[in-house]
Design a protein around this ligand. Sequence first.
Ligand code: ATP
Ligand code: MG
Length: 317
Amino acid sequence: MNILEIEHLDVHFPIHIGTVRAVEDVSLSLQHGEVMGLVGESGCGKSTLGFSILKLLRSPGHIAGGAIHYHGRDIASMKQRELLNLRGKKISMIFQDPLTSLNPLFRVEDHFVETIQTHEKGISRKKARARAEEMLVNLGISPERLSEYPHQMSGGMRQRIMIGISLILNPDLLIADEPTTSLDVIVEAQFLDLLNELRRKYNLTILLISHNLGIVAQMADRVTVMYGGRIAESGPAETVFTNPAHPYTQGLLASIPNIQLDQPEIQTMPGAPPDLVNPPPGCVLHPRCPQVMEKCKRERPVFTENNGRRVSCWLYT
Ligand SMILES: Nc1ncnc2c1ncn2[C@@H]1O[C@H](COP(=O)(O)OP(=O)(O)OP(=O)(O)O)[C@@H](O)[C@H]1O
Ligand SMILES: [Mg+2]
């Protein structure tokens, strides 16, 4: 069953010099219980896609086309009350930096209690605190630390607290946007183990946004690779990582020394991601693509699908 369906989504930011086409014609679905990795270079539209799922795009950003369905319900047509219920309670999101997401003036306990009381009117502080204590045990943190302030905790512990807060209302979908970027590798590994454990315990579906391909390879069941606001390739993580089809995926993987590929050495891609106000015609990758053909400069590639893998590249049509 698909918990989330995104169909032909376009997200635009109209600015003084034109329109930033941050997300262009993106379609993807999340099956219940899976981890979908979303990867791509900085500025390719990953966070914008994450925010649009919660209808939390910052002005002037807006959904300019397509649709997002959560359990079959169209998010765009949801009223404010329904959206508030959706955010946090059904779908929650964690971000890169836990220090800016936690209020320094609030104790850890207050963060939990406020979250619970906002969504579950009438619940006593005592009951809410008891739930928070239980969650801290799940996180491997002593419940006494509920009375501490965020700055009294280490970065890794704060990130664990963030995930605890995001799961306290029992959502079924978690959007994790670069959740480990501020952590060192050891703490990162511990955090990923915890995430895996919580995923099973809470029966979560996760959209894991990261530019770190190692993390995605380790965690994700399927992976979507974005470039210039569009999907370059998506499919089962193992297939995409061991046998990347799109030249962009090949370039991304070739730039990571610790991922073993069963392929001969691949040329990396020079240059920078496209200007999303004036993206190149045809395939957005064509100015950087080592396998560029004449057609790529003129016509936007269509998707081809094979064994659950979709690729948007003229090499495969
Ligand atoms: N508020 C905004 N106004 C104008 N343009 C924006 C705004 N927010 C994002 N963009 C543009 O949208 C595009 C996609 O940005 P986004 O933050 O989604 O990328 P990302 O893939 O998450 O990058 P990163 O890996 O750096 O987090 C970028 O070109 C960015 O400049
Ligand atoms: Mg981002």
